[in-house]
Design a protein around this ligand. Structure first.
Ligand SMILES: O=C(O)CCC(=O)C(=O)O
Ligand SMILES: [Fe+2]
Length: 260
């Protein structure tokens, strides 16, 4: 835990404390999201921002059009149907192999206490790294005007660390449990209400250094466009529920522009 204490504020976030874990589990269960402000030390935030800025030149930039379900269109439903509504997302991304070996992000990602903590909060037996060399740790950059449009995640959960917030915009908004994947209810009417602005989403106020655990499979979410010259910079710590899983080749090509 000693090395970890340089990057994680273990007094604010005692990862191996049973009472702390239980309270985080409860928040996750109640809200579908857990935010831990002050998770990163101030020094770690500064260092990780510097590293991310140095790596920005290597970022792969995408501008994709997708539906909220992240699937191919269904031609039987027609272009105007909410299932086929096209939404845009744009970002720059760097991959695990582009992050230096001694980065605090790799220290956190690989740390057994951190993995055990996240697994306990998420109710998973264990968390596993991706089997491909790109997908485990990513850093996302959103410069002025870039946004992540409304979507449901394919993965059951996401773990993120905000490193730098923009001057304005870049707000994470969500509506909890808007669909029921397991029960097969896509809730077209409810989704249309959110996408067309008839239903107000919940906003998460996330400061740099905040750890976020989020269940995004049934909770629609987006990140509003960055306003101002300062980029939004976010690290994504991606884990699997099973060992030996690689991100699909199609997804790697879309998000990273290469397979390895
Ligand atoms: O940028 C964020 O805060 C959330 C990212 C997200 O929703 C995703 O990558 O699927
Ligand atoms: Fe997402």
């Amino acid at each position: 835990m000693k090395a970890l204490a340089r990057v994680i504020d273990l007094e604010a976030c005692p990862l191996d404390d049973e009472a702390f874990i239980a309270s985080c589990r409860q928040k996750m269960a109640d809200d579908g999201v857990l935010t831990l402000p002050g998770f990163l030390t101030a020094q770690a935030i500064n260092t990780l921002i510097s590293e991310a800025k140095a790596n920005y030149a290597d970022a792969f930039h995408t501008n994709t059009s997708h539906n909220v379900y992240l699937t191919e269109p269904n031609l039987d439903l027609g272009d105007d149907h909410i299932f086929n509504r096209q939404i845009t997302s744009s970002k720059g991304c760097i991959t695990t192999d582009q992050i230096q070996a001694d980065s605090g992000l790799k220290l956190i990602y690989g740390s057994v206490p951190f993995r055990q903590f996240a697994a306990a909060v998420l109710g998973e037996a264990r968390l596993y790294e991706y089997a491909d060399p790109l997908s485990s740790i990513n850093v996302h950059y959103a410069e002025e005007g870039k946004e992540l449009g409304w979507h449901f995640d394919n993965s059951a959960f996401a773990i993120t660390l905000l490193l730098q917030a923009p001057e304005d915009g870049g707000i994470f908004e969500y509506v909890k449990n808007l669909r029921d994947t397991e029960g097969g209810n896509m809730n077209f009417a409810g989704v249309a209400d959110v996408v067309d602005g008839r239903r107000e989403p919940t906003s998460l106020n996330i400061e740099p250094g905040t750890l976020v655990l989020f269940r995004g499979r049934n909770s629609i979410h987006r990140v509003t466009p960055t306003i101002g010259k300062k980029r939004r910079i976010l690290a994504v710590l991606a884990y699997n529920q099973k060992p030996g899983i690689a991100l699909s080749e199609a997804a790697r090509m879309t998000f990273f522009g290469r397979l390895d």
